[in-house]
Design a protein around this ligand. Structure first.
Ligand SMILES: *[C@@H]1O[C@H](CO)[C@@H](O)[C@H](O)[C@H]1NC(C)=O
Ligand SMILES: *[C@@H]1O[C@H](CO)[C@@H](O)[C@H](O)[C@H]1NC(C)=O
Ligand SMILES: *[C@@H]1O[C@H](CO)[C@@H](O)[C@H](O)[C@H]1NC(C)=O
Ligand SMILES: *[C@@H]1O[C@H](CO)[C@@H](O)[C@H](O)[C@H]1NC(C)=O
Ligand SMILES: *[C@@H]1O[C@H](CO)[C@@H](O)[C@H](O)[C@H]1NC(C)=O
Ligand SMILES: *[C@@H]1O[C@H](CO)[C@@H](O)[C@H](O)[C@H]1NC(C)=O
Ligand SMILES: *[C@@H]1O[C@H](CO)[C@@H](O)[C@H](O)[C@H]1NC(C)=O
Ligand SMILES: *[C@@H]1O[C@H](CO)[C@@H](O)[C@H](O)[C@H]1NC(C)=O
Ligand SMILES: *[C@@H]1O[C@H](CO)[C@@H](O)[C@H](O)[C@H]1NC(C)=O
Ligand SMILES: *[C@@H]1O[C@H](CO)[C@@H](O)[C@H](O)[C@H]1NC(C)=O
Ligand SMILES: *[C@@H]1O[C@H](CO)[C@@H](O)[C@H](O)[C@H]1NC(C)=O
Ligand SMILES: *[C@@H]1O[C@H](CO)[C@@H](O)[C@H](O)[C@H]1NC(C)=O
Length: 658
């Protein structure tokens, strides 16, 4: 055997053993791939990998759904509808869950909400919605919500209960130990902080030396990873997104299909829900269904220099670019937002970090995916901009940059055939409580040219959300398919679950970067209570009503008689089309028309709400305190690491200003 062959077989063996980055570091590395491989496909349908996976998942969710619905409707006078529903496996309702952004607030509150659906949570089968997560097919997350979903999925589908059980004052290696802020990971121990930072900088250096562009998002992702993957060497520096394909729990479809959302955003531009290109990352692919891309690429080979999907150098691909922290960091890239609000930080970055560079600060605050995996692809619909495929680099930002802070887009795609989407809204509207603005953003998008292939139920304007308290308790949208026939197709029913105060004031600032163990537990418990109407004490029938929402679309399309209990549930929980602010409406029945008067007033208010929130002075004292020790740690090691350290200082400055 030639030495070369021996090495090759060795490296194959290693990569199948744990399929991480081929360099076993943060740097991507070269691997061989088929000479005729094409990494890009037209976004006409679900990938064949996803379709194969769904077959396995459907079998599992079918029996879990039967268990859940049987429990949820145990009090119903007539449960014969269950027989009709389980007569044929294609009748079984398909469920998606979408977890919004909102920093650690969204991660923790969202974790509590998800725990309420998980039969592995103590109590969830008695006072919660336990078992519904086991019957769920898709789980999307964005920004802080994606910190939650990504942590669970890429830790072998651990549970919130298991994470909580590992919390302790002394255990500093537990998942989500965010007692110390990311800018002072060592707390008072500045040696620890400088070692951590030095390690991050060396990772970033590795990637740069391997010939790849880096930005602040690489640093951000590395910093965050230690809190999500504490059990992995070096905070998961070599851990890749596509590794999930080799995890038993995913291969056997024993968990939902995780999706992370980010927005395409070029330096110097801004996006809103009407013109953004929404990207999804799933375990097989990344790309966009939107007409301005209409393509997906194999996520495992990001970083490969391609034209129209074919590697420029035949047989040579890159792997290891799809670092888990980098993708999670991209989805939560709020840096761009922060810096544009704070001139001082902008100036600081420019003078300290970018002084000898021609790049604008904007270019350093977006995630860079270069070489562009979609360079030269030809799937874009005619009459749409080709700017994404023409560019040498693809830039991605926080999935909430376009106002769609609940990651609905992947779940409302017709091809995914989802019947009900549970929307966890931990976004910040007024006083850091949700306003409903993100539902309005996605609703409006369907009437733009970018949204031509999506449908979303009618929702009211912001004033109605607040007047009727729809943003304070669970509310169902799109209860009657017969009212949605004007839309591109009948969208899923939306069960909206907003963050609200039960046992804890969970409207903490998005920029609070540290929580004590007690605070974490309280945030999680409050989220659980918000999702269960206070552990079913506010309405003992709520579990049954969730069952009604789950079966609704299939009950309608199969002409199954609606259980009488569901009629009462829908009267209680469905938004029935009422608007309270009649002056903003152009005609009396416009709640069901495409009236742009109502809609644009909603959008304008939502912009105001979010800019108020980001200017709010709710600073966590811990994050302010952190930055001075970060600066100290910086000074200690700045000699060797130079410029990259000033970058970390910039983070400290950035967050102390929040
Ligand atoms: C949770 O649900 C799954 C699927 O129905 C089932 O196999 C498992 O036994 C349940 N676990 C608990 C603790 O109820
Ligand atoms: C609600 O249930 C959860 C999970 O069982 C529990 O941790 C929490 O203490 C309960 N809340 C109240 C107010 O009883
Ligand atoms: C997942 O489980 C496998 C097999 O037990 C283990 O080798 C791996 O380290 C686990 N991954 C994480 C992130 O915990
Ligand atoms: C500080 O952190 C360093 C590096 O992790 C560790 O070796 C040292 O024991 C820590 N010091 C204290 C006082 O905990
Ligand atoms: C998207 O629309 C907003 C609002 O009209 C505009 O400010 C922005 O420049 C547009 N962005 C792009 C990329 O077209
Ligand atoms: C990718 O290939 C093109 C065409 O050969 C070349 O111009 C470009 O420099 C390459 N990019 C990188 C990052 O290697
Ligand atoms: C991509 O799919 C669309 C829709 O099916 C089709 O119109 C278009 O021609 C396809 N493009 C390519 C390059 O195959
Ligand atoms: C069934 O009814 C009892 C008594 O009203 C109530 O306590 C219980 O929560 C109900 N169960 C469900 C699943 O609705
Ligand atoms: C349900 O009823 C409608 C109208 O009566 C009919 O068009 C449709 O085919 C029926 N669907 C099924 C599955 O029986
Ligand atoms: C559906 O539309 C009808 C007629 O406009 C209205 O009476 C009903 O309340 C609507 N239902 C829902 C759930 O929106
Ligand atoms: C619709 O909801 C509003 C507000 O909750 C209520 O006042 C009104 O009576 C409801 N209308 C119908 C037809 O149920
Ligand atoms: C809503 O807009 C769609 C797409 O522009 C159009 O086809 C439909 O007729 C409109 N519906 C109403 C009620 O105006």
């Amino acid at each position: 055997m030639q030495l070369q062959d021996l090495l090759l077989s060795l490296s194959v063996a290693i990569s199948t053993a744990h399929a991480w980055s081929p360099t076993d570091s943060y740097a991507p590395g070269e691997i061989t791939c088929d000479a005729d491989v094409n990494l890009v496909r037209n976004a006409t349908d679900l990938s064949s990998d996803e379709q194969e996976w769904l077959k396995k998942r459907d079998t599992i969710t079918e029996s879990a759904m039967k268990t859940f619905l049987t429990r949820a409707t145990a009090n119903f006078s007539d449960t014969s509808f269950l027989d009709s529903l389980f007569e044929n496996s294609s009748y079984v309702p398909r469920v998606g869950i979408a977890a919004s952004g909102g920093g650690y607030r969204a991660m923790l509150s969202g974790a509590g909400m998800l725990a309420a659906f998980d039969n592995r949570t103590r109590g969830a089968n008695e006072n919660g919605l336990g078992g519904l997560l086991q019957a769920t097919t898709y789980l999307s997350g964005l920004s802080g919500g994606n910190w939650m979903t990504g942590t669970l999925a890429w830790n072998n589908w651990t549970s919130v209960q298991e994470i909580i059980d590992s919390f302790s004052d002394s255990n500093t290696s537990s998942i989500w130990d965010i007692t110390n802020s990311i800018v002072t990971p060592g707390g008072n121990n500045s040696t620890f902080t400088s070692e951590r930072f030095a390690s991050i900088i060396s990772d970033i250096d590795d990637k740069q030396e391997a010939g790849f562009d880096i930005t602040l998002v690489d640093v951000w992702g590395r910093m965050l990873s230690y809190y999500f993957f504490p059990s992995l060497p070096n905070g998961g520096a070599a851990y890749t997104w596509s590794t999930l394909r080799d995890a038993d729990v995913f291969m056997n479809a024993e968990m939902p299909f995780p999706i992370s959302v980010a927005d395409g955003q070029y330096p110097g531009t801004s996006v809103d829900s009407l013109n953004s290109t929404v990207f999804e990352f799933n375990p097989f692919e990344m790309g966009s269904w939107d007409p301005t891309l209409n393509a997906f690429t194999d996520v495992k080979y990001l970083g490969t220099n391609v034209t129209n999907g074919s590697p420029i150098e035949s047989g040579k691909c890159i792997a290891g670019f799809d670092n888990v922290g980098f993708i999670i960091g991209t989805s939560s890239d709020i840096l761009n937002d922060i810096t544009s609000s704070y001139e001082a930080v902008l100036t600081y970055l420019e003078t300290e970090f970018l002084s000898d560079s021609t790049a604008t600060s904007d270019e350093y605050t977006l995630g860079i995916y270069s070489p562009n995996p979609f360079k030269g692809t030809t799937n874009i619909d005619s009459n749409y901009s080709t700017s994404i495929v023409d560019s040498d680099s693809l830039y991605l930002a926080d999935g909430g940059e376009d106002g769609e802070v609940v990651p609905f887009i992947p779940l409302i795609k017709k091809e995914r055939e989802i019947d009900v989407v549970f929307a966890f809204d931990n976004d910040d509207g007024s006083d850091d409580w949700p306003s409903g603005s993100n539902l309005i953003s996605t609703y409006e998008r369907q009437f733009s040219s970018q949204g031509k292939s999506i449908a979303f139920p009618y929702v009211p304007d912001l004033a109605t959300f607040s007047d009727l308290g729809l943003n304070e308790r669970p509310t169902f949208f799109g209860c009657d398919a017969s009212n949605l026939t004007d839309l591109a197709y009948v969208p899923p029913l939306i069960v909206y679950i907003p963050n609200a105060q039960y046992s804890y004031p969970s409207n903490t600032s998005t920029y609070t970067l540290s929580y004590s163990m007690e605070e974490r537990l309280e945030m999680i418990q409050n989220g659980y209570e918000a999702a269960t109407r206070n552990n079913l004490t506010e309405d003992s029938g709520f579990l049954g009503c969730v069952g009604c929402a789950v079966i609704r679309r299939k009950q309608e399309s199969l002409n199954i008689t609606l259980p009488s209990e569901c009629e009462q549930c829908f009267a209680n929980y469905c938004w029935n089309g009422t608007l309270t602010d009649v002056s903003s409406v152009s005609s009396s029945n416009s709640s069901y028309s495409n009236s742009t008067t109502t809609l644009s007033s909603g959008a304008a208010e939502s912009t105001t709400a979010s800019s108020n929130a980001s200017n709010s002075s709710s600073t966590s004292s811990s994050s302010a305190a952190s930055s001075s020790s970060a600066a100290k740690a910086n000074a200690a090691a700045s000699v060797e690491t130079g410029k990259l350290f000033s970058l970390l200082t910039a983070f400290g400055v950035l967050f102390s200003l929040m």
